[in-house]
Write a protein that binds this ligand. Structure first.
Ligand code: SF4
Ligand code: SF4
Length: 426
């Protein structure tokens, strides 16, 4: 650590790299990112402007890596960042950023503000400024295997219930299966209907599949807290499980962050390509639909809308499968304004919902979703992320909106034409 510099300056110096430098040099201060961020649009407070959220990073970059900044620091025209100031930034870096990527999408010079937030979070986590709730969730994921502390016996208990209810096998550690199914803790605890739906869909499609006893959890808290080393540990657990079982495809569940962490960031984190494919469950279902393996009957008659999870759509590139699936079982599907990749976040991604300090601003930000829903007036909202689902339910309750929220996989399963015993294809 350099003598005379605060811990804050030292850790941020370490995380600044070439992309960060080029982003600060490219910013034309147009303010477009502000209008893209629901924390700014709904609060009206300029401190929530995305590029402002990474201000400590900019100060350290200028003062440590530019000639003018160094000179200004030398003559006392600018003050070096202190550890206390960095700590005060927690509200802007963790509480009011879901890493939804809407700001990065609209920036005219291509600044990836999500990347900058990630880097700033990394520095803050290393210097002890990450929120307690996010730290605890990450610790549980690394030590126990799940951010909510879910252990294998809880999964096995759910498996037992589903087998009893459906009369179908839920395979565990089946070597050579085509698909390995991951779950999020939220699904295990709050939405067991997801695994039940998968069990029935796989049966109808005639596919071999398995859960993995050493890697059932998909959520990557390492990404949320911003520490790549922890994210790597969590991804590696899934890679080891998938390779041990020699599966062809790993299915990421109805969880947005799990998908981008595993599909797009995982190979870079572990430094090599996977030996298997990664697909989001929506992609798998849409493939089954296109191949005639997903047979449904009847339609939802109510007016339905779909909340696009940011990490699946904007950051993940899965845009059409959910729409194909919605139209498969709904006669009255209406898009909200700003659909698909332009959609507005639920307000609780990126670790925000695990962070108690963020509750007030999260509910303020939810006014954006409320406005979208007030426009289309649906009878039911469908989504494909268990975290979004919880956050949406809390927001709806807070604003006294009586609107059921359901998962798309579960809704598709409700319309399945159940296959006759013995008709399973190999
Ligand atoms: S949109 Fe891009 S260029 Fe404009 S202020 Fe934000 S970061 Fe800077
Ligand atoms: S990533 Fe989303 S929440 Fe974070 S600053 Fe950008 S627009 Fe706002």
């Amino acid at each position: 650590m350099s003598a005379g510099l605060s811990r804050a300056v030292n850790v941020l110096k370490e995380v600044i790299d070439a992309p960060i430098a080029s982003y600060f040099n490219s910013c034309v201060h147009c303010g477009l990112c502000a209008e893209a961020c629901l924390f700014y649009t709904e609060s009206g407070d300029p401190k929530y402007t995305p590029i402002h959220k990474v201000e400590p990073l900019r100060r350290v970059y200028e003062q440590e890596y530019t000639l003018l900044g160094r000179l200004m620091k030398m003559v006392g025209l600018v003050k070096p960042l202190t550890d206390e100031e960095l700590g005060q930034w927690q509200e802007l870096v963790y509480d009011s950023c879901t890493m939804c990527g809407r700001c990065s999408m609209v920036c005219p010079v291509g600044n990836d503000i999500v990347y900058m937030v990630r880097k700033l979070r990394e520095g803050m986590a290393i210097s002890g400024h990450a929120p307690d709730g996010v730290v605890a969730a990450t610790k549980r994921t690394v030590e126990i295997g799940s951010p909510m502390g879910v252990k294998l016996p809880a999964v096995k208990a759910q498996v037992g219930h589903i087998q009893d209810d459906t009369g179908l096998e839920v395979p565990m550690d089946q070597e050579g299966a085509e698909y390995m199914v991951l779950l999020s803790s939220m699904e295990i605890i709050n939405f067991p209907e997801y695994l039940s739906a998968i069990t029935r869909i796989m049966k109808q499609a005639g596919k071999t599949w398995t859960l993995c006893s050493t890697a059932f959890e998909a959520t990557n808290s390492g990404i949320q807290i911003g520490v790549s080393d922890l994210a790597r540990v969590i991804v590696s657990r899934i890679v080891d499980g998938a390779e041990r079982l020699k599966v062809k495809t790993v299915i990421s569940p109805e969880c947005g962050r799990a998908y981008t962490a595993l599909r797009w960031e995982g190979p870079n984190l572990i430094g090599r390509p996977y030996t298997f494919k990664v697909q989001h469950i929506l992609e798998v279902l849409d493939e089954f639909r296109a191949q005639g393996l997903l047979k449904t009957q009847g339609f939802e008659e109510e007016r339905l809308t779909f909340h696009d999870p940011c990490q699946i759509v904007r950051r993940g590139g899965v845009i059409e499968p959910q729409r194909n699936l919605m139209r498969m079982v709904s006669k009255n599907f209406v898009e909200m304004s700003d659909p698909s990749k332009y959609n507005w976040c639920c307000g609780g991604g990126g670790g925000v919902s695990a962070n108690e300090d963020a509750e007030e601003i999260r509910l303020i930000a939810f006014k954006r979703k409320k406005a979208q829903l007030d426009e289309v007036k649906p009878d039911k909202m469908v989504t494909a992320c268990a975290n979004c689902r919880i956050v949406l339910e809390e927001g709806l309750e807070h604003y006294q909106m009586d609107l059921p929220v359901v998962g798309l996989t579960e809704m598709i399963a409700e319309h399945l034409v159940e296959s006759e015993p013995g008709s399973q294809k190999e």
